[in-house]
Design a binder for this molecule. Structure first.
Ligand code: IMP
Length: 428
């Protein structure tokens, strides 16, 4: 069985936690392929409620293997806290059940400090990062200044750290005027981390190659969302690793042609956290109503999320760059009480209709959404399990989204529990 990628199709926080948890149940191997602890996947299953930041959702299936792939950046302390939390809930986090790529980059103390300082420097143009050190660690990866999990276990680690830290301390003291960091302290702390990480570290591409050759089901677990991609997102208001289907191959070492199914996770409306343009943002009471009803607050930072109507211009672009084979529409029940629901079908720019998502944020900021208004269903859907049992207006909403996005719907989520899911088209 070839691989299936589960991809955030909007600005992140699409409710991927529930979807990846559902799909992971059927997978033999689950790989996280991008991002770091900026992600927060909320999972509710028979073991309880969890906010996972680094550990893949496959961890709940006793017979599957969960891999933190090469495309992920790891803050060891956060990872250990998460492993301890899972172990306390009776979840197996032993080596073998959980594996870590030796190529994954490590978040160092200076990355977290620099994330905060860089945001401060941007002033009113701050990106609104999660301040987890994500931008700085990925910058170091590309600048060839990074420290990888494998490096922590290497006897050359001290020298490597000394070279990098000399440079980082110059930056901290001369550019930002803050205190330098201690080489010995970081070295000793990360030596301890290395000892705990060691049994989990592997050449993950070999594990995945073997699994694919044996016909096992591999799930590639996305983090963040397409509109936060460094290439295709609302640059520079984006994250620093690729959350799209192409990133799933890159961040795991699975060949692109092994990924046969790409499930795009869309919320039934849109949200965005942090700065940057958001054409369908709903101002005032309606936006607040959705935020409160859906409890749209960040799982990682607790920040209130900006709420907006479904943006089909962005969604079509997302479909174009990902090639989704199907959609999962999440948080559908949030719309249950509304009299009517808006969907943005095009943008208007200088009096002209724009159907392509602009690459420039200054252009995007000038775009006005053009809405189509669909009737609401004003009926509770959280108990519905079959598409044909949804109210007619709810079915019409789903069908319209399919037309606009240009792909079929596999799953519709009508509540946070695993069981609160409508399978419109089978995934497996
Ligand atoms: P960073 O990834 O912490 O550098 O943040 C860059 C941008 O991506 C900010 O606007 C964040 O709010 C956003 N972001 C990062 N991770 C997530 C996520 O998991 N969900 C939603 N937004 C995110």
């Amino acid at each position: 069985m070839p691989a299936i990628a589960v991809i955030g199709a909007q600005w992140g926080d699409e409710g991927k936690g529930k979807v990846v948890d559902l799909v992971a149940e059927k997978a033999d191997v689950v790989v996280r392929f991008s991002g770091g602890d900026n992600a927060g996947h909320t999972v509710i299953n028979r073991f309880g409620k969890f906010a996972l930041h680094l550990v893949p959702c496959g961890i709940f299936s006793p017979n599957s293997v969960s891999i933190i792939g090469n495309g992920v950046v790891i803050n060891p302390e956060v990872l250990f806290q998460e492993m301890d939390m899972l172990a306390a809930a009776g979840i197996d986090t032993k080596p073998g059940h959980l594996l870590i790529s030796d190529r994954a980059h490590v978040i160092m103390p200076y990355h977290v400090i620099l994330d905060d300082l860089e945001e401060g420097l941007r002033g009113g143009k701050a990106i609104g990062t999660t301040k987890k050190g994500i931008g700085p660690v990925f910058s170091d990866k590309v600048a060839r200044l990074g420290i990888r999990v494998g490096d922590l276990l290497d006897k050359g680690f001290f020298e490597q750290l000394r070279t990098v830290l000399d440079y980082k301390n110059l930056l901290l003291t001369r550019v930002y005027g803050v205190q330098p960091l201690s080489l010995i302290k970081i070295y000793e702390d990360y030596q301890k981390h290395a000892a705990r990480l060691k049994p989990y570290v592997c050449e993950s591409t070999a594990v995945l190659d073997e699994a694919l050759k044996a016909g096992k089901t591999v799930m590639l677990e996305g983090a963040q969302g397409t509109m936060l991609d460094p290439d295709f997102g609302t640059y520079p208001y984006n994250t620093s690793s690729s959350p799209i289907a192409g990133g799933a191959s890159l961040g795991s070492g699975i060949p692109p042609r092994a990924i046969a199914r790409i499930l795009g996770v869309f919320k039934a409306y849109c949200t965005r956290v942090g700065g940057g343009p958001f054409p369908t943002e709903i101002p005032g009471e309606m936006g607040e109503f959705i935020r409160e009803r859906a409890q749209e607050y960040g799982a990682t930072t607790g920040r209130p999320r900006r709420c907006g109507w479904f943006d089909a211009v962005a969604a079509r672009f997302s479909q174009r760059v990902n090639g989704f084979t199907g959609m999962a529409i999440t948080r559908f029940d949030i719309l249950d009480t509304l009299e009517s629901i808006k969907v943005c079908t095009t943008y208007k720019l200088d009096g002209k209709m724009v159907t392509d998502f602009p690459s420039s944020i200054t252009t995007l900021e000038r775009c006005e959404p053009v809405y189509e208004e669909l009737p609401g269903w004003q009926t509770e859907t959280c108990g519905v399990r079959k598409f044909s049992n949804l109210p007619e207006a709810a079915q019409a909403y789903v069908n319209r989204l399919e037309e606009l996005v240009g792909c079929p719907t596999n799953l519709i989520c009508v509540g946070p529990e695993r069981s609160q899911t409508i399978v419109k088209k089978r995934l497996f």
